[in-house]
Write a protein that binds this ligand. Sequence first.
Ligand SMILES: [Zn+2]
Length: 258
Amino acid sequence: MTLETLLAAKAFIILIWFAVFFIAERIAMAATPPTSKARLFRNGGLWLLVLLLSPLIVAPITAWGVNQIIWVRPDWMAVGSASLAILAIDLLLLDIWTYWLHRAYHRVPLMWRLHEVHHRDEFLDTTSAVRFHIGEVVLSAMLRLIPITLLALPLSTVIIFETILLCSAIFHHSNVRIPTVVERVLSRFIVTPSIHWVHHHAIQQDTDSNYASFLSVWDRVFSSKSGTDRQLDMKIGVEGVEDQSFLRLILRPLMRNG
Ligand SMILES: [Zn+2]
């Protein structure tokens, strides 16, 4: 499969996945959404900015990083139909990387200024999964060059991981009603809405927990699992602050307070 085909497949899968959950959460909703549609435009605006700027900034960063790899993988590590185990290990390592990167976004004040834009959303649904400051998307792409160059990751593996990550984010931010028993079984393996909504609980202690993005095991392994159960009426957002207008969210990382 060529890189162009893989990129087209990524865009197609994400769009279909997003549409399915966007419709599903309107047919079978878990929590009652706010009547104001203002946040939908804010989240959509932030996504549009990422969609417009990513091909110009993020894609070249990743492509540049792949070209900086100074060691060549031996044949047995090459990703192909005969080495799916290698692909699985690469994806696992990228998932651990993403877990620690997410943790860093909460711990490092300058990184939190970017990530806070995502957390200021006061309700969660599929649109929250794509609500990120362009600065965070660019910084994440730059920092991901570390595992890419250290592991000599093929670009195809990075694209596959990005597809899994975004599909997972759309699912665990979504407001789809899922039978408790199904969610309980799923949550043992992957991050579900019941796990991730607690990460968005407007209580600092919960916000600084449940960092996993795809596999749920990392919060148990690295002792960051919250003991709080998701309540459908729990306050979503950042403790003590409110959401802001689109323009203020864009400028937010440059502001010290407010
Ligand atoms: Zn977070």
